[in-house]
Design a protein around this ligand. Structure first.
Ligand SMILES: NC(=O)c1ccc[n+]([C@@H]2O[C@H](COP(=O)([O-])OP(=O)(O)OC[C@H]3O[C@@H](n4cnc5c(N)ncnc54)[C@H](O)[C@@H]3O)[C@@H](O)[C@H]2O)c1
Length: 385
């Protein structure tokens, strides 16, 4: 019987490192039905790829992603590429019968996403979309509280995803700031995570109103070889047009009657990776802040009179999702652990032949909301989904 799962990773920078770490750690901390093998890593960084492979333990290197996708030695294609490449690589991988672990946002648009889903279903491959925040213990525990009825009827969702890495107008025009490679700005990059969480915790969205803003219209052209990890060098003096928004806001209605707001920006000076959300229900409320990701704030109106208030739950007890596999209670975990949890659940899904969420179907629903937000910003009309 097969005991290994051979991974072909495409992309070796920010997400390439996060995924390499996840495949390496998964079997060390969790019991797995199949052991991941770091078979081949592919990227454009010809000069540093050998070093990357040696550092992380990848057995082979490649610079042509088509060879990874068609390799008989690869079971899983792990897509850690900018989103304009997700569609082509995922279609080719699914047609080769490879299971797919794909970074978010799923694609450039809903049409691409629907085809990706269709081809995966046709070829019966497991498809996973890496909205990894669902797999922090605090957020998975939030879902458990909601499922147990602790919030009652949900009235409000409120999220803000705030970063500041492009406030400086001298920051160059990297792929994230060009529509042909990124499609959109924080609406795709950041609100995709927030909409995934809102879908996970509150439910489907039916109406969307959007507003976008652009604060810097031109930037120095980027030396693409230096990009990754949100740091980049300018190529020289030449400037290029920024073709995505810098901030994106949405007001939404959920199918269950709740209402919500989403704010996403890369211009919140002082905020590095601040994803916060609040959920208010008839019996209780929740508050989460990624920069304090082990904590979940919970208010329960079941608490006795005079004792009510938001309590801080450290989601590090063995009874909290994923926590038992790490450290004793109170010994906190970090950003990279959500990727390990995703790798673990993905490997288990492949081994058992079951599906995993979020997947490409979730990605289609997320992109519908994001597209509606941009359409509404343009037309200044509410979009009904
Ligand atoms: N889950 C998360 O929280 C999270 C965080 C950051 C980025 N992302 C997503 O991950 C994806 C990758 O982002 P990143 O920040 O790692 O980008 P990056 O710029 O740091 O790295 C991109 C990698 O893709 C490679 N690449 C580009 N074109 C290629 C080609 N034609 N063939 C082979 N390799 C190629 C580059 O060589 C590089 O290794 C994006 O879709 C992004 O939205 C997700």
């Amino acid at each position: 019987m097969k005991s290994e799962l051979c991974i072909g990773l495409i992309g070796s920078k920010f997400m390439g490192r996060a995924h390499s770490n996840a495949w390496k750690k998964a079997g060390l901390f969790f019991e797995l039905p199949l052991q991941p093998v770091l078979q081949v890593v592919c990227a454009r960084e010809q000069n540093s790829l050998h070093e990357f492979a040696a550092q992380w333990g990848w057995q082979q290197i490649e610079t042509d992603w088509k060879k990874v996708v068609s390799s008989p030695h690869v079971d899983v294609v792990d897509i850690a590429l900018p989103q304009h490449l997700h569609y082509e690589v995922a279609l080719a991988a699914a047609r080769e019968g490879k299971h797919i672990f794909c970074e978010k946002p799923l694609a450039m648009n809903t049409t691409q996403a629907e085809e990706m889903l269709h081809v995966c279903e046709q070829n019966k491959v497991v498809h996973y979309l890496n909205h990894n925040y669902r797999r922090t213990p605090a957020i998975a525990f939030a879902r458990r509280l909601i499922d147990d009825g602790k919030l009652g009827r949900i009235f409000h969702w409120r999220s803000a995803y705030q970063q500041d890495w492009i406030v400086d107008p001298a920051f160059p025009l990297t792929w994230q700031l060009r529509a042909e490679t990124a499609q959109a700005g924080p609406q795709w990059d950041l609100n995709s995570h927030a909409v995934d969480l809102a879908h996970y915790l509150v439910g489907p969205i039916t109406k969307v109103s959007g507003l976008t803003a652009q604060f810097v219209a031109e930037r120095p052209l980027a030396d693409e070889a230096s990009s990754g990890n949100l740091h980049a060098n300018a190529l020289g003096e030449a400037m290029g047009k920024v073709t995505v928004e810098d901030a994106a806001l949405m007001m939404v209605q959920f199918k269950n009657g709740a209402v919500g707001s989403f704010e996403a920006t890369r211009f919140a000076t002082g905020r590095k990776n601040a994803l916060t959300f609040e959920i208010y229900g008839s019996k209780g409320s929740l508050k989460f802040d990624l920069e304090r990701m082990n904590e979940l704030q919970f208010f329960s109106s079941d608490d006795g009179e005079g004792c009510q208030g938001f309590r801080t739950i450290q989601t590090t007890e063995a009874s909290h999702p994923y926590a038992a596999s790490w450290w004793p209670p109170g010994h906190i975990i970090g950003y990279e652990h959500s990727f390990v949890h995703a790798a673990v659940d993905f490997i288990r899904a492949v081994a058992s032949g079951s599906s995993i969420e979020p997947n490409f179907a979730s990605g289609v629903q997320i992109l519908k909301v994001l597209e509606a937000g941009l359409e509404s910003a343009l037309t200044q009309k509410q979009v009904v989904l």
